[in-house]
Design a protein. Structure first.
Length: 143
């Protein structure tokens, strides 16, 4: 299982999606604007385009530039399908993104933005804002 973090917008992104990607990177002071979990040839992620938490076929070797992958080991492999079955279709958390702009938490537990979905798949508690750097720190922390 891998944490997949995206540095660039999708190749076919329109101007609004490119602007949102740039704004996300700027506001988070991060090089990453999107994240997901790759497991057995599938990318599990919450996206605006996918209308929430979805999975799609994904080949890391053909993913192209813009992706960085962090090995999460195999400790939670058995849980990926269980988690996805329980959360598939969970709507995108637009309100949760306000926590990156304002000092209050607006997100709803019944909605997920991409980095929150990654945290759930990786087994990390969501106690506040979830950023790519928090996910990377957890991925790189020795077991």
């Amino acid at each position: 299982m891998y944490l997949a973090l995206k540095r660039t917008p999708a190749r076919n992104a329109n101007w609004l999606q490119r602007a949102f990607s740039a704004l996300t990177r700027w506001r988070l002071c991060s090089q990453y604007s999107h994240g997901g979990i790759v497991h057995e040839g599938w990318l599990y992620h919450s996206s605006i385009e996918g209308n929430g938490l979805t999975r799609e076929p994904f080949d890391m070797e053909k993913a192209g530039e813009g992706w960085d992958f962090f090995d999460l080991g195999t400790g939670r492999d058995d849980e990926v399908l269980v988690i996805y079955s329980a959360l598939a279709g969970t709507p995108y958390d637009w309100w949760g993104l306000l926590a990156f702009v304002l000092p209050w938490q607006f997100g709803r537990e019944s909605h997920l933005y991409c980095f929150e979905a990654c945290a759930i798949f990786a087994g990390h508690p969501i106690t506040g804002r979830v950023t790519p750097e928090i996910l990377m720190a957890e991925a790189l922390r020795p077991s």
